[in-house]
Design a protein around this ligand. Sequence first.
Ligand code: ADP
Ligand code: MG
Length: 353
Amino acid sequence: STTANSPIIRPINKGVVHRICAGQVILDLSSAVKELVENSLDAGATSIEISLKEYGEEWFQVIDNGCGISPNNFKVLALKHHTSKLADFPDLQCLTTFGFRGEALSSLCALGDLSVETRSKNESVATHLTFDRSGLLTAERKTARQIGTTVTVKKLFSNLPVRSKEFNRNIRKEYGKLISLLNAYALVAKGVRLVCSNATGKNAKSVVLKTQGSDSLKDNIITVFGMNTFSCLEPVNICISDDCMVDGFLSRPGQGSGRNLGDRQYYFVNGRPVDMPKVGKLVNELYRGANSRQYPIAIMNFTVPTRACDVNVTPDKRKIFFSDEGSILLALREGLQQFYSPSNAFYSVNKFD
Ligand code: ADP
Ligand code: MG
């Protein structure tokens, strides 16, 4: 009816806005841990330890031996859109870090209890820092620590009713997703030792993932999936264009193993783990031309000029836009067709040396 009052438009309270946006950056346990692991990699860490209590429901912690955070950054560390990685918009075109928006720590503050322990090389002692929901520094005290950073998040999602219920109900599933995501970083991070452990109840923590920090993808695949799995893979190398190529490992036609769609398929762009549903579909389609009973294992990295791809698409940075996706997919299709063509020598080989 025409008699209804026109509603008043009002600004949303800043704290509420913060909580709304934070929920988009940190979707679940794995995206929370992912942000911390990426921060450690950005800090040049060669050792990253992920500890969970009750599968992350109680708390989780990421400990690294990276560059640490210098004291003049403490006050702004967890403020929204504060970052050491990007200063101006064009910087997005030549990004070499995982982070760039300065949103992870501030979002984690909004969704859980964040504390940081850090020491940079110019300091003789470390500092323990705590933050409030809006990312303001609330307390700081000296403590002992090697150079590097430890970030701890307690009670994630305790103030988002639906998410916290989902989180608690699906904790095992969430945990499985996290391990699969950590596998992606374990595969691609060169020279970085990754350890993940979980502790439940009064039990001592049990190690669920441990890598040696090798420089070779081959070694990393063997550590993550085992020698048996590796021996069913074949190296793949496809030239997409003058400045773009794909390399990695794929199942041989006779020895596919992924039982489910997307199971053990890892895609990277310039070493960044991302979701590539179209590429996944293509790989599955061509593989199924050669083996209709299974899905392939795929570990593939796209090397692309940073100016030709855009990672600033979704808040969780898992989606990526290419400036010429059509021709990339076309060239990839041709390359995969050749890879799985019956004339390929590996059809007659049983073991990978
Ligand atoms: P971004 O990664 O996009 O910069 P974050 O909120 O994840 O935003 O982190 C904010 C800043 O805090 C980073 O730019 C970095 O300078 C610092 N930082 C966060 N984690 C670490 C770490 N583990 N080691 C060193 N510095 C860190
Ligand atoms: Mg970050």
